[in-house]
Design a binder for this molecule. Structure first.
Ligand code: ADP
Length: 462
């Protein structure tokens, strides 16, 4: 079986959030189950691999004219083929997302992907799409009837839908049929209509998105297509995220030598100029600071942690200007406090060290399709404190491998933090929770098999 993944991110080459981790982990783990796996990404400015080879050019018909793109390829160590669509005008920019012409950039990418796939002698059996950036591909394949591949669309976050205009469809040369949602056009809407199979990233989120509360306006459409919707919990890649081998950690450790985890804590405290003498819980959060992640509750967690004599580290990327400003002000205000550090940037190496150094890890999201940070945290022996929503419900079990709270209020959060801090004093209970978290299988083994079964099911529909 030949499987092609098309996405906007794949770690470590291009990662903004969990999508990048999923592409890396899923494709590598599928490699053991199918004949060929290929990941297709735009060639962003940040992607610079020594092993890249030019594979020739392809003409792409877009916006009324032919435009030439180059195909550049490399291979991951596990054998996954990495294909980059090189179109400098659209992708040779500093950031992955956040431009006014994002719709044009990614619809161009999709049209280019189809043009490239058509140059192959045999089409892939499965074309697996991820999020709105790739959601027109099922329609391109079906309505133009040029390829026999079956399509799977995974919704990683329903809040991002690719709302666009009629003119965007004129550029693609695609009918708007299936894409009309309320008064506008919506790329994800069309993906839901045309994909052979839909998945989302946890069983609980698969149920939640059928409701008005979490359906982001697409709940009726999703209910119409619910027979093709499945929730498969994400995993984390055990080579990428492994405290026993992680190249970003000064001290490696596993369940049996947690003493080295303490050394990582000391290392981080010194590195961030935190008081390293203090024997207090280190609480952390790593997140994109956007309303979904409950930034106001992250702030509450920080205030309460300081009040209780603990230490707090926040590693947050500030895509949202308002929250960016607020946390930047807090950072200035607490610049000389030896118990807090705000790192307001995207920093992959630091993130590994923060997971390894932390005692507790807070995820107070208002909604969370799956959430990887709580899984990485528990795999690194940091006890997660999470809000009961989406994939957080499927992965964190109260007082077993973490702490959970239901209502998104400061009071509910601080009551839960208080319980957590108590276990820090009752060392035995904390040790048990850490062990339970570290033992829990959050690898891709099981989910990759679930995806394989899904592919087989979809292919049997031929
Ligand atoms: P989302 O995809 O909504 O951002 P997830 O929990 O699914 O959230 O995945 C987040 C991923 O991005 C994790 O690998 C996390 O470590 C990483 N991450 C988030 N913010 C940062 C940051 N500021 N620096 C480094 N890594 C980050």
């Amino acid at each position: 079986m030949k499987v092609v993944h098309v996405a906007a991110e794949c770690a470590p080459f291009a990662k903004v959030g969990g999508l990048g981790d999923v592409l890396y982990g899923l494709s590598n783990n599928l490699m053991q189950l199918v004949d060929q796996v290929e990941v297709i990404l735009p060639k962003y400015k940040i992607i610079k691999l020594d092993s890249m080879k030019k594979k020739g050019g392809v003409d792409v018909f877009f916006d009324g004219k032919f435009q030439k793109i180059s195909i550049v390829q490399s291979m991951m160590t596990g054998g996954v083929i990495l294909t980059f669509i090189e179109a400098p005008y659209f992708f040779n920019r500093d950031e992955i997302y956040g431009y006014e012409d994002d719709i044009t950039r990614f619809t161009f990418f999709c049209v280019a992907v189809i043009a490239y796939l058509k140059t192959k002698e045999t089409p892939p059996d499965i074309v697996h799409l991820h999020d709105w950036q790739t959601a027109i591909i099922p329609s391109l394949i079906k309505t133009k009837r040029e390829m026999s591949s079956k399509t799977i669309l995974t919704i990683h976050n329903l809040a991002y839908q690719g709302v666009c205009q009629k003119i965007d469809f004129e550029k693609i040369g695609l009918t708007t049929h299936g894409f009309i949602h309320e008064a506008s056009l919506n790329l994800l809407n069309g993906g839901i209509v045309y994909a052979d199979q839909l998945t989302t990233v946890s069983p609980t989120y698969a149920k939640e998105i059928l409701t008005k509360k979490h359906g982001e306006g697409l709940q009726n459409l999703l209910n119409q297509h619910r027979e093709k919707l499945v929730g498969i919990l994400n995993g984390i890649d055990y080579d990428y995220w492994n405290p026993m081998t992680d190249c970003h950690l000064p001290f490696h450790y596993g369940r049996s030598n947690l003493n080295n985890k303490k050394k990582n804590k000391l290392y981080l405290q010194k590195m961030l100029a935190l008081n390293a003498e203090k024997k207090a819980p280190l609480v952390s959060t790593i997140a994109r600071l956007v309303p979904q992640k409950g930034p106001e509750l992250i702030k509450e967690a920080f205030v309460y942690t300081l009040k209780m004599g603990g230490q707090f580290v926040l590693l947050g990327s500030t895509a949202d200007p308002e929250w960016g400003r607020l946390f930047s002000d807090l950072k200035d205000q607490f610049a000389n406090c030896p118990d807090v550090h705000f790192e307001l940037s995207y920093n992959e190496p630091l993130s590994h060290l923060v997971y390894a150094a932390s005692d507790f890890f807070v995820v107070p999201s208002h909604f969370e399709p799956c959430g990887l940070t709580q899984m990485i945290a528990m795999h690194y022996g940091a006890v997660p404190i999470v809000r009961e929503t989406g994939g957080l419900i499927d992965t964190v079990f109260n007082e077993k491998n973490g702490f959970t709270f239901q209502i998104p209020t400061g009071e509910a959060l601080t009551t839960t933090l208080k319980k957590a801090f108590k276990t820090f004093e009752e060392n035995e209970k904390l040790k048990q929770m850490i062990a339970f978290g570290m033992e829990k299988d959050v690898s891709w083994n099981h989910p990759a098999k679930q995806y394989l079964d899904l592919y087989k099911g979809v292919l049997s529909l031929r």
